[in-house]
Design a protein around this ligand. Structure first.
Ligand code: C2O
Ligand code: CU
Ligand code: CU
Length: 458
C-alpha cells in the first residue's frame, strides 16, 4: 500500500535473477533483483514515493496510465541521474484499475524495461462493483506481468535494439510471468481474477485456455468495463492490460497459453510483401505446438473463493463523459522516414517517427487545451503499432474504419493500430514544456528509435 504516510522507496538496482532452474541472468529491478513490488494506491488519496537510481545510467519513474500532471508523469524529461533520487506525490484521481510503472529514458526504455525496470500499480476505489470482485491479492486476485525473454547459453539475457530487431521490435523466445518461466499458480475453488499486463517490448499475445474454456473480461487498460464480457480469447498488445475472471468452481486445472501473433509488416496498405521479404517474414520463435505456455493453474480444493457471482454491472458511475469534440489531430506512425529506415535495414539504429518527424526532446509537437475534447486519428504505415498517450485515458471510436463498441474494450491508454484508429480524448491534467506528456508507439524499440512525440496541456 502506498499511502500518505507510507513513503515508499523504489530503488533501481542491478541484480541476478533466477527465472527457472538453469536460467539465471543479470537483471534490473525496483528494490529487488527483477521487476518491482506491486504498488497499491487508493482513489482520493496522495501516494508518496521516492525513486532512487543506483544504476550507472539515467532512469525515470513513469506511472503508465495515471492521470497526473506532466511534472509527475516521469517521462523522458524527468531523468534521475545515477546516485540521485526524485520524490513524487501522486494525487490519485481516477477509477480503480490495473496500471504499471516503468523507466522511460529516451533511447534506453527498451533495454531497461526488458531487464526488469517495471512493476504493476493497482488503483482501488470505494465503488460498489470494484469491491464485489475477487480482491484478495495473490489469492483470488492475481497479477500477471507477461514478458518475453531470450537467454544466451552463457546465462545472460540477450537483447538487441539495432537494425532489424529495432524495425520489427525485439522478441524473446521464452515467456516469463512475474519473472518466472513456466510458473504455476494455485487458486481457490471459485471465481479468480487475473490482472494481465503485457510488459513485453514488442510481442503481442493471443491468450486463451488450453481447454478453450470461456472466461469474463471485466477490465481493460484504465479500469472496469461497463459489464463483464464473455470471451474465449484475448489479444494483448504491448503495454495493454486486461482483467479477467475465470470460474474454477469445478476444480479442473487449466493452462493459460498464448498463440503466436506475428507482428507482420502489413498493417499498412503498402509494402507488405516487400517488408516481410526483407525481414524474413518472421513471427518470432514459437514452441513446437505453435503456442506458448504462459501459466499452469491448479485448483486447491480445500479453499473456496470469496466471490461466487460476478456483478452484472461494473463501471456504474464511472462511465466516461466527453463533450462534442472541438478539434481533430492526425498522427501518422512512420516506419518510412527516407534514409532513416535504411539505417535500420543496414544494421544501425533506424530513425522512425510520427508525422514525418523523429522524436526530439527539444521540440514540442502539439499544444493541447486543458479540458477540451478532441478526436485523434492515428494511422500506421507498414506494420501495426500499439499507440499510447500519457496523462489520460481515452475512448476508442473506431479501428480500421469500423466503429468500436465501448462495452467491448472500455477506457484505454493504448490502442492497437493495424491500419487506423480514432480515439476520443481529453486531458484534465496540465503539462508544461519542461515536462510535457508523450504519445508514442509502445513497441519499445520503435519508441527508442524516435516513434514518439510530446505535447503540452494548458
Ligand atoms: Cu508505458 Cu510512455 O509509456
Ligand atoms: Cu505511459
Ligand atoms: Cu511501432
Amino acid at each position: 500500500d502506498v499511502g500518505e504516510d507510507a513513503g515508499n522507496l523504489l530503488e533501481a538496482v542491478t541484480g541476478r535473477h533466477r527465472f527457472a532452474e538453469n536460467f539465471e541472468a543479470e537483471t534490473l529491478g525496483w528494490s529487488r533483483d527483477h521487476l518491482g513490488p506491486t504498488l497499491r494506491m487508493r482513489r482520493g488519496r496522495t501516494a508518496r514515493l521516492t525513486a532512487r537510481n543506483r544504476l550507472d545510467s539515467p532512469i525515470t519513474a513513469h506511472w503508465h496510465g495515471l492521470h497526473v500532471p506532466g511534472w509527475q508523469d516521469g517521462g523522458p524529461q524527468s531523468l534521475i541521474a545515477p546516485g540521485q533520487e526524485l520524490e513524487q506525490r501522486l494525487d490519485i484521481d481516477q477509477p480503480a484499475g490495473t496500471f504499471w510503472y516503468h523507466s522511460h529514458p529516451h533511447g534506453r526504455t527498451g533495454y531497461q524495461v526488458y531487464r526488469g525496470l517495471a512493476g504493476m500499480l493497482l488503483i482501488e476505489d470505494d465503488d460498489k462493483a470494484s469491491n464485489n470482485l475477487p480482491l484478495n491479492y495473490g489469492v483470488d486476485d492475481i497479477p500477471l506481468i507477461i514478458q518475453d525473454k531470450s537467454f544466451s547459453s552463457r546465462g545472460t539475457l540477450e537483447y538487441d535494439d539495432d537494425g532489424m530487431a529495432a524495425m520489427q521490435g525485439f522478441r524473446g523466445d521464452r515467456i516469463a510471468v512475474n519473472g518466472a518461466l513456466a510458473p504455476k499458480a494455485r487458486v481457490p475453488q471459485g471465481l479468480v481474477r487475473f490482472r494481465l499486463l503485457n510488459a513485453s517490448n514488442s510481442r503481442v499475445y493471443a491468450l486463451r485456455f488450453n481447454d478453450n474454456r470461456s472466461f469474463h473480461q471485466i477490465g481493460s487498460d484504465a479500469g472496469l468495463l461497463p459489464a463483464p464480457v464473455e470471451r474465449r480469447k484475448l489479444q494483448l498488445a504491448p503495454a495493454e492490460r486486461a482483467e479477467i475472471v475465470v470460474d474454477f468452481s469445478e476444480g479442473a486445472a487449466a493452462r493459460l497459453v498464448s498463440e503466436d501473433v506475428p507482428l507482420e509488416m502489413m498493417g499498412g496498405m503498402m509494402g507488405g510483401g516487400m517488408m516481410s521479404g526483407m525481414m524474413g517474414g518472421s513471427s518470432g520463435p514459437a514452441t513446437r505446438e505453435g503456442v506458448f505456455r504462459v501459466l499452469d493453474i491448479e485448483v486447491d480444493r480445500s479453499r473456496t473463493g470469496a466471490i461466487t457471482a460476478l456483478p452484472q454491472e461494473l463501471l456504474g458511475a464511472h462511465l466516461p463523459t466527453f463533450d462534442e469534440p472541438v478539434r481533430r489531430r492526425r498522427f501518422q506512425l512512420n516506419m518510412m522516414m527516407g534514409m532513416g529506415m535504411m539505417r535500420g535495414i543496414f544494421g544501425g539504429r533506424p530513425k522512425l517517427g510520427i508525422n514525418g518527424k523523429t522524436y526530439d526532446m527539444d521540440r514540442i509537437d502539439q499544444q493541447v487545451r486543458l479540458g477540451e475534447t478532441e478526436v485523434w486519428q492515428i494511422t500506421a504505415d507498414m506494420m501495426s503499432h500499439p499507440f499510447h498517450v500519457h496523462g489520460t485515458s481515452f475512448q476508442v471510436l473506431s479501428q480500421n474504419g469500423r466503429p468500436v463498441e465501448f462495452g467491448e474494450i472500455g477506457m484505454k491508454d493504448v490502442v492497437w493500430v493495424e491500419n487506423s484508429a480514432e480515439i476520443l480524448v481529453r486531458f484534465d491534467k496540465p503539462a508544461i514544456a519542461d515536462a510535457p506528456f508523450m504519445y508514442h508507439c509502445h513497441i519499445l524499440e520503435h519508441e527508442d528509435s524516435g516513434m514518439m512525440g510530446q505535447f503540452t496541456v494548458g
